[in-house]
Every structure is written in structure tokens, then in C-alpha cells.
Design a protein around this ligand. Structure first.
Ligand code: NDP
Ligand code: 8X3
Length: 252
């Protein structure tokens, strides 16, 4: 039987690149996101190209009932999940603390923090019953340093960093590994979402340096799942070579 990976936010960016990477390696894939048309297309592509099984679970990770009902509905051998990638997340706006939109703050905290909590708690019993598993949480360089006008996005990712450490400790007794991946600037739909469809603003983020691609990050995530059982990569920061941390870049 193939191994199973459950990826939240698989409709674009890192999540989609992970779906391709794990399918190529022969995993059966559970894909999640809110955009059902994209999930449908991705399922078709993965099944045709890699001959793996794909289970599509459209739900909003910030909707607690939807998360638990979707995971409770997973049937049969699909329940033997080996790897959970908590990837769904977003930034909204780049505003000073005193000017930022409170609804955008709510959405970031609800998605990046509560979504990760709900999905993890829903999936964990399925790993605990196997006495093994691997959870990969998408943090960010914004989980390591705060930058100007990053306030709540950074706070949500600091929370992901803290929760990853905490989960690693509490899940030791269940033989479940926890890896936190912290990417720097990667060109996905991230900035387009952050700037609400303003392509000029989104593209400007990547001017003057070569950003990471989604595949660069998926390669590293996949690698973390290939190390021997007794080895766990706990925490990993991956940046473009022209980026030192959340703040310092060498731009041309
Ligand atoms: P994308 O915008 O390309 O992808 C984000 C994914 O998250 C989409 O599939 C989206 O799907 C999904 N998503 C968003 N909100 C929800 C929700 N409420 N419920 C379910 N799915 C949701 O961005 P990235 O691939 O770049 O981002 C992935 C993760 O990596 C995020 O957590 C982000 O914070 C983090 N990150 C990104 C970096 C970057 O520079 N790109 C750097 C560091 C970290 P849909 O809209 O269909 O629901
Ligand atoms: C995404 C990277 O630098 O925009 O987490 O916060 S950054």
C-alpha cells in the first residue's frame, strides 16, 4: 500500500508543488483547499500523470466544524495518514498596526493559527492509532523576526513556531515527528493574495533578486520525510541566496 500525505492548501503554491512531489514519489494524496475547481483539476492531473489515488477534501481550515466533519468522513485505508502538511495560510495587507484592517487580522489568525490547530487535532487520532506520523508546519522567516507593517501576519507565524515546538514535545510519546519549515520570499500566489489581486504590487515584492519557487520549498519538505525513522529535522529556514532573514536582502 502506498503511503498517504494530507496537504492543506493544495490549490496553489507550496501545497500544489508538494502534491506533485509526493505523487511523483508514489504517495496517495489527500488534497484540501477552498477552490473546488482547482482541487478537481489537480486530482485529475495527479491521477493521470502519476497513477496514484487522490482524495479531494474541500473545506475552510478555519471552520472548526467543517474540519472535523471532513476528517471524520475519511474512510477505510485513507485513515492511515503518514504525513500531514499544515500549509494553508495567507497574509492580508501590509499596513501599520494602527491602520490595519481588523477583519484581515481575524482571517490571518483564524487561518494560520486556528486552522493549523483544528486540522492537527482532527488528524492526530489517526496517527496516534498507528503510533507513528509526521506533521510538517509551514512557518516563515516572519516566524523568526518581525518586520515593519508585518504585525499580525508575523504574530500568526510566531504562533506556528511556538506550536511546532510545543507539538514536538507533547507528541514525543506517540512517536510523531514535527518539522517546522520557514521559507523566505517565494513567488507563489502569496503576494497576490496579500495585495488583494494588485499584480503590480505583488510582482514588486520579487524585484531585484531571484525568489524561491514553490518547487524549491516542496523539494525541502519532501527531503524532510525521507530521513531515517530515528531522525527528525525539527526546524528549517530556507531562503533565496540573496535573502539573509525576514529583513535583509541583497537586491540588484
Ligand atoms: P498561495 O497563496 O500560493 O497558497 C496558499 C494556499 O492556502 C492555497 O492553496 C489556498 O487555497 C490555501 N488556503 C488559504 N486559506 C485557506 C483556508 N481558509 N482554508 C483552506 N485553504 C486555504 O501561498 P503559498 O503557497 O506561498 O503559501 C503557503 C504557506 O506558506 C502559507 O502558510 C504561507 O503563509 C507560507 N509562506 C509563504 C511564503 C511565500 O513567500 N510565498 C514564505 C513563507 C511562508 P484556497 O484559496 O483554494 O483555499
Ligand atoms: C512570507 C514571507 O517575508 O512576506 O511568510 O513574511 S514574508
Amino acid at each position: 500500500m502506498n503511503k498517504i500525505v494530507f496537504i492543506t492548501g493544495a490549490t496553489s503554491g507550496f501545497g500544489e508543488a508538494c502534491a506533485l512531489q509526493f505523487a511523483e514519489a508514489g504517495y496517495d494524496i489527500i488534497i484540501n483547499g477552498r477552490r473546488e475547481d482547482r482541487l478537481k483539476q489537480l486530482k485529475k492531473d495527479l491521477e493521470e500523470k502519476f497513477s496514484v489515488r487522490v482524495l479531494s477534501l474541500p473545506f475552510d481550515v478555519s471552520n472548526r466544524d467543517a474540519v472535523f466533519s471532513a476528517v471524520d468522513g475519511i474512510a477505510g485505508d485513507w485513515r492511515n495518514i503518514n504525513v500531514l502538511i499544515n500549509n494553508a495560510g495567507l497574509a492580508l495587507g501590509r499596513d501599520f498596526f494602527d491602520e490595519a484592517d481588523l477583519d484581515e487580522w481575524d482571517t490571518m489568525m483564524d487561518t494560520n493559527v486556528k486552522g493549523l490547530l483544528y486540522v492537527s487535532r482532527a488528524v492526530l487520532p489517526l496517527m496516534i492509532s498507528q503510533n507513528k506520523g509526521h506533521i510538517i508546519n509551514l512557518g516563515s522567516v516572519a516566524a523568526k523576526e518581525v518586520y515593519e507593517r508585518g504585525n499580525v501576519y508575523c504574530a500568526s507565524k510566531f504562533a506556528v513556531d511556538a506550536l511546532s515546538k510545543s507539538m514536538r514535545i507533547d507528541l514525543l510519546r506517540h512517536n510523531i515527528k514535527v518539522t517546522a519549515i520557514h521559507p523566505g520570499a517565494a513567488e507563489t500566489e502569496f503576494s497576490l493574495v496579500r495585495f488583494k489581486g494588485d499584480a503590480a504590487k505583488a510582482n514588486a515584492v520579487y524585484n531585484g533578486f531571484k525568489p524561491l519557487t514553490a518547487k524549491d520549498v516542496a523539494d525541502v519538505i519532501f527531503y524532510c520525510t525521507t530521513v531515517p525513522e530515528h531522525v527528525c529535522i525539527n526546524d528549517l529556514v530556507i531562503c533565496p541566496s540573496q535573502q539573509a532573514d525576514a529583513i535583509y536582502f541583497h537586491k540588484e
